[in-house]
Write a protein that binds this ligand. Structure first.
Ligand SMILES: NC(=O)c1ccc[n+]([C@@H]2O[C@H](COP(=O)([O-])OP(=O)(O)OC[C@H]3O[C@@H](n4cnc5c(N)ncnc54)[C@H](OP(=O)(O)O)[C@@H]3O)[C@@H](O)[C@H]2O)c1
Length: 301
């Protein structure tokens, strides 16, 4: 059976990747910094304690591994962390890396996270390890950052200029990753997927939606009125600045909404359904499943 190592297993997407793989009967090992906390999140799964900054722990975790799911936290160490894991995987003879990247990944991007993803992708392509690169659009779970405010005020604000976003549910990102991690190797002599368009997938939800559509879905799911509020960039900036985020993340978020206003997330595609065999989840499903987060604590859904 294919042995799969999952990094960032306790992050946003990773636990869903572990769950998807296990439900498909895969042999999973999770690379984690805190085994006790990971066991509480992931349940009964093989754990490989380690840190991207500790090369010996990467070597131990990759021993006997066939395929690697690679993601590292955004931040100034992201490229160093992914590079270390790719180099260790190449040395260990890993046969495929499925890398979580992002739509608009580009080494020349002015947005820090998109630039880091571009650099990490470039290192993977250079490594020669057969690769599948997943480039999701805006995650629906980003909305959880403002869920408390929505519950409190009944308003969903954002500097989107009413533009549509083909936002995706992270459970669908994880399902695509699991399918790609469990696919057999390319037949001997065939072209590796690295660098070929076939190996890089932009992933979106089923349709591009406005914040007004999201507000309508939240209204229906919570039974309380939610209104979309279009902010100008000038109105939004102090909100990002006041949220106590690291400066690179504040800069990135301001930039992401600029990409949204330029229509950069408007194109939905059918890759999730084509790869997993199931339609991608829409905002209605997301709103229903996460309704409690958008509802005041004293008024349970
Ligand atoms: N938000 C969006 O709209 C969007 C869209 C497209 C793509 N993306 C991308 O999706 C990714 C989301 O991240 P994610 O869910 O994979 O992770 P995440 O939620 O950022 O969590 C980070 C994970 O990395 C682990 N970690 C941190 N430092 C580590 C280290 N030094 N060594 C080993 N593990 C370490 C953390 O473990 P601990 O539990 O120990 O902290 C955690 O499991 C990002 O790359 C983001 O750019 C996001």
């Amino acid at each position: 059976m294919t042995r799969i190592l999952v990094t960032a297993a306790t992050g946003t997407v990773g636990p869903h990747v572990v769950r998807e793989l296990r439900s498909r009967g895969a042999h999973v090992r999770a690379f984690v910094r805190d085994p006790a906390a990971a066991a509480a999140t992931l349940g009964d799964v093989e754990l490989a304690p380690g840190d991207f900054d500790d090369p010996a722990s990467l070597r131990r975790a990759l021993d006997g591994v066939d395929h690697l799911y690679l993601s590292a936290a955004d931040g100034h160490r992201k490229v160093a962390h992914e590079t270390a894991a790719i180099d260790a995987a190449a040395a260990a003879g890993v046969k495929r890396i499925v890398q979580l990247s992002a739509m608009h990944a580009d080494t020349a991007s002015p947005l820090p996270v998109f630039r880091w993803h571009g650099e990490a992708e470039a290192h993977l392509r250079r490594s020669g390890v057969p690769a599948v690169i997943l480039r999701p659009a805006f995650f629906m779970t980003n909305l959880l950052m403002v869920a408390g405010g929505v519950a409190h005020t009944g308003r969903l604000g954002g500097p989107t200029a009413g533009r549509r976003i083909a936002m995706i549910d992270i459970r669908d990102v994880a399902a695509v990753a699991a399918v790609k991690l469990m696919e057999p190797e390319p037949a001997t002599g065939s072209e590796p997927e690295t660098g070929s368009p076939a190996g890089t997938y932009e992933l979106t939800g089923p349709a591009a939606v406005t914040f007004a559509d999201v507000a309508a879905a939240l209204t229906e799911a919570t039974g309380r009125p939610v209104q979309a509020l279009d902010l100008t960039e000038e109105e939004a900036r102090p909100r990002f600045a006041g949220a106590g985020l690291p400066s690179w993340l504040e800069e990135h978020l301001v930039g992401v909404f600029g990409v949204i206003r330029a229509g950069g997330f408007e194109r939905a595609n059918g890759h999730v359904e084509a790869i997993t065999g199931h339609p991608a989840r829409g905002v209605g499903v997301f709103a229903r499943d996460y309704a409690a987060a958008f509802t005041p604590a004293d008024q349970p859904v």
